[in-house]
Write a protein that binds this ligand. Structure first.
Ligand SMILES: NC(=O)c1ccc[n+]([C@@H]2O[C@H](COP(=O)([O-])OP(=O)(O)OC[C@H]3O[C@@H](n4cnc5c(N)ncnc54)[C@H](O)[C@@H]3O)[C@@H](O)[C@H]2O)c1
Ligand SMILES: [Zn+2]
Length: 683
C-alpha cells in the first residue's frame, strides 16, 4: 500500500469493515463451533462482495481479511500442528464462463495454445485433513485449521476405519503427507441426527458440520461412534520416493497403498471436457451416498502445476466448479396446511420466492406439528430452506438473529381448512388428521385419487393434479370406481380438455384395468401399506379375497407386516365402504392374474440383479418387478454380491464395474429366459 494510492470512499471503507466483521463471525460459527447460522450461499455472497470491493480498491486489503486467509483458527483445546506445506483452499467458479476463463488462464500461464489436460474429481463436502505416514505407519493427523497451523486429531483419526494405520506394499515412502477429506455419508448423518434428537442433543446442520464436529472431539470414544469416511485428493511432503508425474498417477498410487480414493474421477481436455464432467456428475449427484458441493478440476501434469503456482490462498492450477446451492435463506410469510389422502395435516411454509438448487421455491414442508415446534419455526422468521435433488423443499431452521418482534408461532386449527371437520390427533401419533374421511373431505378424495392413478399404482397417464381437482370439485368423480364409468362427454367438459386428450385419458383408464394384484393393493391407499408391503401381501395371499378375509395372525405371517400395519389393513377391510369400492372396481373391469397363495414359483430366490442401460422391451420398473415377483432382488449398485448385471444399450459405469469384478453380464433376452412364463400382458 503506498501513500499515493487513490483515496477510498468512506462508504466503501465502512462496508468493507462491516463485511469483514460479519464474515469473521460466520467463520467462527462455521469453522470453530461447527454450527453455521446462515447457508453457504449467503456466506459466499458476502465473501464475493468483499472480494469485489477489495478488487476495486486494492488499498482496502488487509492481511487479516477473510479473502486472504483460509478457514479458521485451530481450537486451543487441541495440540497445534504446524503444516510443513500450507493447506490451501481452492478458487470457485459457478457459471460456464468462469470455467472457460479458468481454462484460458491456465493456457496463458503455460504459454501454450494446446488443449490443457485436467483431472476431474468431486468436491467432497467435509473437512480437509493431513495424514502423515512415516515408513508406512500413520504417525499424525491434523485438520487444516487456518492453513498454516491445524489441530492434532491423531487419536480421533485412528478410530476411522476407512483410514489405514499402515500403508500397503513393501516399499512405503519415508515420509508422506496424504491429504484428503473426512466426511460423513448421508445415511450415517441421518442416523446420527436421529440419535442426537432421541438423546435431546443438538442436531447437526449438515453432514459437513457433523463430520467436523465428530472429528474435533476431545474424547476419541465419541469419534469412534460416529461413522466417518475419508477420500484422498492431494499430497503435502513426500520423501524417499519420487512424486508420480501426474495427479491421476498420484491417486492411482494411493489406491495401491490402500488409501480410499473416490471412483468418480476422470481425465478431460479443454473447457468442454470440464463442462461435460460437471453435467454428468450433476445428474448423478442425488444418487451419490455422500454430499458434494461441486466438482474440482486440476491441471493433471505435476510439472505444469508447478509452472502455474499459487495465489495467496489457493493454487492457480485448480478450480472448484460449484453446483447451485441446495440451501437458501428466505422469509416465512405464512404457515398453511396441506391435507393429504389420509387426512394428514402437513404444515407448509409459504415463502417469499427464493432460488434453491436452480428452482424458484415458494412453499416448503414443515413435515408435522411436532417438527414445527421442535424447530421453533414462526411466521415472520427468516429461515434456511433446503431442496436436494428431487426431494420436496423443506424448512431446515430459522436464523435467531433475524427473528422480528412480531413473529407468530404456528397453531394447529381445530377444524380442517378444506371441509370443516374436526382435526384430531391420537395421543400416540405425530400427525394430526382431518376426521372427515374421503366422504366429507374433498382434499382427501383428491389425494386418494391422485395416489390411485399414480405411476406406481394404477399408472393412469394424463390424469394430473388439475384434472383430478376439477373432477372432484364438480362431483364428476367421488371414488376411484367412478373413473371407470367416465364417458367422453363428461371428460370433454373439463377446462382445457380437448376431445383428443379426453380420448387419450379414457384410453389410459381402459388400459389400467389390466393390472397386478400388488399394484391394485398399493393403489387402494391403505395407511402404512407402501409399494413393497403391497408386493409382499400380493405374493403371500395370491388373491384379493384371501387378503380381504385374512385375520391378524395371517397378516402377521407376511414378511414386512407388523402389528401396526396389520391393524391398519384390518381396519380398512372392515369398512363397508372400502369393501364396496373394491367390489365396484372389480365389477367395472379392473382385473389381475390371481395366483395360488404363496405358491408362485421363485426361480430367482437368492439372486441379486443390477439393471443398467435401456432394455429393448421392458422398462426398468417392469424388469425390477418381474425379478422381484420371481423371488430375486434388485440392487442399485454393483458389488461382489451381485449375481447378474442386466445390461441394455448405453450401459455406463455399472457395466465397467461388473467387468472388473467379474460379475456375469446378461441381456434382456437372457433375463426373460430365467423368469417363469408370465400371463400378464406387457403393453
Ligand atoms: N455458512 C457459513 O456461515 C460459512 C462460514 C464460512 C465458510 N463457509 C463455507 O465454506 C466454504 C469455504 O471454505 P473453504 O475455504 O474450506 O473452501 P471450500 O470448502 O469451498 O474449498 C476448499 C476445500 O475443498 C475441500 N475439497 C473437497 N474435495 C476436494 C478435492 N477433490 N480436491 C481438493 N480439495 C477438495 C478441501 O477440504 C479444501 O480445503 C464455502 O463454501 C463457504 O460457503 C460457510
Ligand atoms: Zn377435511
Amino acid at each position: 500500500m503506498s501513500s499515493d494510492s487513490p483515496a477510498i470512499p468512506t462508504a466503501a471503507l465502512e462496508r468493507a469493515a462491516q463485511l469483514r466483521a460479519e464474515l469473521a463471525r460466520h467463520n467462527h460459527a462455521y469453522y470453530v463451533l461447527d454450527n453455521p447460522t446462515i447457508p453457504d450461499a449467503e456466506y459466499d455472497k458476502l465473501f464475493r462482495e468483499l472480494q469485489a470491493l477489495e478488487q476495486a480498491h486494492p488499498a482496502l486489503v488487509t492481511s487479516d481479511s477473510p479473502t486472504q486467509r483460509v478457514g479458521g483458527a485451530p481450537l486451543p483445546q487441541f495440540e497445534q500442528v504446524r503444516h510443513s506445506l500450507p493447506m490451501l483452499s481452492i478458487n470457485n467458479g459457478f457459471r460456464d464462463d468462469d470455467i472457460v476463463n479458468f481454462d484460458r488462464r491456465v493456457r496463458e500461464g503455460l504459454k501454450t495454445d494446446e488443449q490443457a489436460e485436467y483431472h476431474c474429481e468431486l468436491k467432497f463436502d467435509g473437512l480437509a485433513i493431513n495424514l502423515r505416514y512415516e515408513n508406512g505407519l500413520l504417525v499424525n493427523a491434523a485438520t487444516r485449521g487456518d492453513g498454516a497451523t491445524g489441530e492434532n486429531v491423531t487419536s480421533n483419526i485412528r478410530t476411522v476405519r476407512a483410514i489405514p494405520l499402515r500403508l500397503q506394499g513393501d516399499n512405503p515412502p519415508a515420509v508422506i503427507d496424504i491429504r484428503g477429506e473426512v466426511l460423513m455419508f448421508k445415511a450415517d448423518f441421518a442416523r446420527l441426527n436421529a440419535r442426537q434428537r432421541d438423546a435431546g442433543q443438538r442436531e447437526f446442520a449438515n453432514p459437513r458440520n457433523a463430520a467436523a464436529g465428530s472429528l474435533r472431539q476431545l474424547d476419541p470414544r465419541i469419534t469412534a461412534q460416529r461413522s466417518l469416511r475419508f477420500f484422498a485428493y492431494g499430497i503435502g511432503v513426500l520423501e524417499g520416493v519420487e512424486l508420480p508425474p501426474s495427479h491421476s498417477a498420484l491417486l492411482d498410487w494411493y489406491v495401491q497403498l490402500g488409501i480410499p480414493v473416490a471412483a468418480e474421477r476422470r481425465i478431460a481436455h479443454g473447457a468442454e471436457g470440464l463442462l461435460t464432467f460437471y453435467r454428468d456428475i450433476g445428474l448423478r449427484r442425488a444418487q451419490l451416498p455422500y454430499e458434494i458441493d461441486g466438482v474440482v478440476y486440476k491441471v493433471n501434469a505435476v510439472a505444469q502445476q508447478a509452472q502455474l503456482g499459487f495465489v495467496s490462498r489457493a493454487p492457480r492450477f485448480a478450480l472448484a466448479h460449484k453446483f447451485p446451492a441446495e440451501e437458501a435463506m428466505t422469509i416465512v410469510q405464512d404457515i398453511g396446511l396441506q391435507v393429504g389422502r389420509t387426512g394428514a395435516m402437513t404444515p407448509v411454509a409459504r415463502l417469499a420466492p427464493v432460488l434453491v438448487g436452480g428452482v424458484t421455491v415458494t412453499n416448503a414442508t414443515l413435515h408435522n406439528e411436532d417438527e414445527v415446534r421442535r424447530k421453533d419455526i414462526q411466521i415472520g422468521d427468516t429461515v434456511i430452506v433446503r431442496r436436494a435433488g428431487d426431494v420436496i423443499p423443506e424448512v431446515v431452521s430459522f436464523v435467531p438473529e433475524l427473528r422480528p418482534a412480531d413473529a407468530r408461532p404456528f397453531v394447529m386449527p381445530a377444524l380442517c381448512p378444506v371441509c370443516g371437520s374436526p382435526i384430531v390427533r391420537p395421543e400416540e401419533e405425530a400427525v394430526a388428521r382431518c376426521s372427515g374421511g374421503w366422504v366429507k373431505c374433498p382434499a382427501q378424495r383428491k389425494g386418494g385419487l391422485l395416489h390411485f392413478v399414480s405411476r406406481r399404482a394404477m399408472d393412469i397417464e394424463g390424469l394430473g393434479d388439475q384434472l383430478v381437482d376439477q373432477m372432484v370439485e364438480r362431483n364428476v368423480v367421488t371414488t376411484a370406481a367412478d373413473l371407470y364409468r367416465l364417458g367422453l362427454g363428461s371428460l370433454a367438459t373439463m377446462e382445457r380438455m380437448a376431445d383428443k386428450s379426453a380420448a387419450n385419458v379414457l384410453k389410459a383408464i381402459e388400459k389400467s384395468k389390466s393390472t397386478t394384484l400388488a399394484r391394485f393393493v398399493y393403489a387402494l391407499g391403505i395407511r402404512h401399506v407402501g409399494e413393497s408391503t403391497a408386493k409382499e401381501l400380493a405374493r403371500h395371499f395370491g388373491g384379493m379375497d384371501a387378503l380381504q378375509n385374512a385375520d391378524e395372525a395371517q397378516l402377521l405371517d407376511v414378511p414386512d407386516v407388523g402389528p401396526v400395519v396389520a391393524r391398519s389393513i384390518l381396519q380398512f377391510m372392515a369398512d363397508p365402504m372400502n369393501v364396496e369400492l373394491i367390489a365396484q372396481l372389480r365389477a367395472n373391469g379392473v382385473h389381475w392374474e390371481e395366483g395360488a397363495s404363496g405358491a408362485r414359483p421363485k426361480p430367482l430366490a437368492g439372486l441379486t440383479f443390477v439393471l443398467t442401460g435401456t432394455l429393448p422391451t421392458l422398462t426398468r420398473d417392469d424388469a425390477a418387478e418381474r425379478i422381484e415377483m420371481a423371488g430375486g432382488k434388485v440392487a442399485g449398485s454393483v458389488s461382489k454380491k451381485t449375481s447378474y448385471v442386466v445390461a441394455g444399450s448405453d450401459a455406463g459405469s455399472k457395466l465397467a464395474k461388473a467387468e472388473t469384478l467379474g460379475v456375469p453380464v446378461i441381456d434382456e433376452a437372457a433375463l426373460l429366459d430365467m423368469l417363469p412364463p408370465s400371463n400378464e400382458s406387457e403393453s
